[in-house]
Design a protein. Structure first.
Length: 246
């Protein structure tokens, strides 16, 4: 049986928390999690991330409660991509209906784990890491300006970490009526751990450190330790993490 938890923290600098997250476990043993990092004005980011999580979770619940709860991989993929598209449309429409929310948007990274497979969908620079007993690896690719520079060979990974424009993302929900969503799936078994997080954590931890933490801690304690690590490093942003363990 999977174990699922999540935690969000305002950090040490920001006056509001514009991250939103939810996670859960269905009665049939399917684990799921959604993490969003909002942007746009004093309260726009909070609204955008909340709309995204609420919309995606609502679609997940409808799917899980139906006869499709044990659907094949293609059905899960369609569910996840469709839910994110619906969230993006809802944010876009709300931002145009309320002037004070104009330009708001959010990143998203979401996971559904079922039948020893982790399904991951994302847009933006919120990340997913897959940790096995032997290693940890980032399994999403940031949709950001610096990542494009890294991919083109114009910037090294180390230079990207300190680049002044590292927070500029190239995809977000709600900025346009629709958004391109990346989807991947990976084997998930044998004491695997899946960590979803916003850049408030990933900016302060290396992949090898994430592996070390996962070997020492689990569940809610792992989430709290990771958030503590980000705070010890400066905590300049909201910090959110969701964890699924086999």
């Amino acid at each position: 049986m999977f174990k699922v938890c999540h935690k969000t923290d305002i950090g040490l600098v920001r006056e509001t928390n514009q991250d939103t997250c939810e996670s859960g476990l269905t009665s049939s043993g399917i684990a799921w999690a959604v993490v969003c990092d909002g942007m746009g004005g004093a309260n726009g980011g909070n609204v955008a991330s909340s709309i995204a999580v609420e919309t995606i979770v609502r679609q997940y619940h409808t799917f899980f409660q139906s006869d499709q709860s044990h659907a094949d991989d293609s059905a899960v993929r369609n569910l996840m991509v469709s839910a994110i598209h619906q969230a993006s449309t809802a944010i876009f429409e709300r931002s145009h209906a309320e002037k004070s929310l104009s330009g708001m948007g959010t990143t998203v990274v979401s996971a559904i784990v079922s039948n020893s497979v982790a399904h991951i969908a994302h847009a933006g620079d919120s990340r997913a890491y897959l940790i096995t007993p032997d290693s940890a690896k980032q399994v999403t690719t940031d949709h950001s300006m610096v990542q494009e520079l890294v991919d083109s060979g114009n910037l090294t990974e180390q230079e990207a970490k300190v680049h002044p424009q590292k927070n500029i993302i190239t995809r977000a929900l709600g900025i346009e009526p629709s958004v391109m969503v990346d989807y991947n799936e990976f084997p998930f078994e044998g004491r695997s751990v899946l960590v979803l997080c916003t850049d408030g954590l990933s900016n302060y931890i290396e992949t090898n450190e994430l592996y070390t933490f996962s070997q020492k801690y689990g569940g809610q304690e792992l989430a709290e330790q990771l958030i503590g690590k980000a705070k010890d490093g400066g905590g300049s942003d909201n910090i959110t993490v969701a964890i699924v363990e086999d």
